[in-house]
Design a protein around this ligand. Structure first.
Ligand SMILES: [Zn+2]
Length: 131
């Protein structure tokens, strides 16, 4: 790891710490030439496999980790924002459905059809029309 101040390529790790979630390693480094200190962050690079469609065509996985993280964050914010100590699972389900609707229409329809356990075809077609 090259020093960002003087570009010297020998640095020493002074301290290593894991984030609370354990997904990021933070290292405090010291340059052996100019003695300045800096921090580096190490995280796993997640590579999704290509998706092979029925036709044999290969496409990239369309939903990014950032989009999923953002969706989960919005759900958490809304639940925390209620200020309640308990929420019914139906409320969580509704929030998940709302996020899925934005991310992936097909996943939304699949989730909704199981979650809402549609009683009849009309109810299902109303949901389809809605998107
Ligand atoms: Zn340096």
């Amino acid at each position: 790891m090259r020093c960002p101040y003087c570009s010297h390529d020998e640095t020493q790790v002074a301290e290593t710490r894991e984030s609370d979630e354990g997904d990021v390693v933070r290292r405090r480094r010291r340059c052996l030439k100019c003695d300045k200190r800096f921090t580096t962050y190490e995280r796993a690079e997640m590579a999704f496999p290509s998706v092979v469609k029925k036709s044999g065509a290969r496409v990239d996985f369309e939903v990014s980790i950032e989009q999923i993280d953002a969706a989960i964050e919005r759900i958490q914010d809304k639940l925390i924002g209620t200020g309640l100590r308990e929420v019914p699972s139906t409320r969580v389900g509704e929030l998940v459905m709302r996020e899925l609707k934005r991310l992936d229409k097909v996943a939304y329809v699949r989730f909704a059809s199981v979650y809402r356990s549609f009683e009849d075809v009309d109810e299902f077609s109303r949901l389809i029309k809605d998107i």
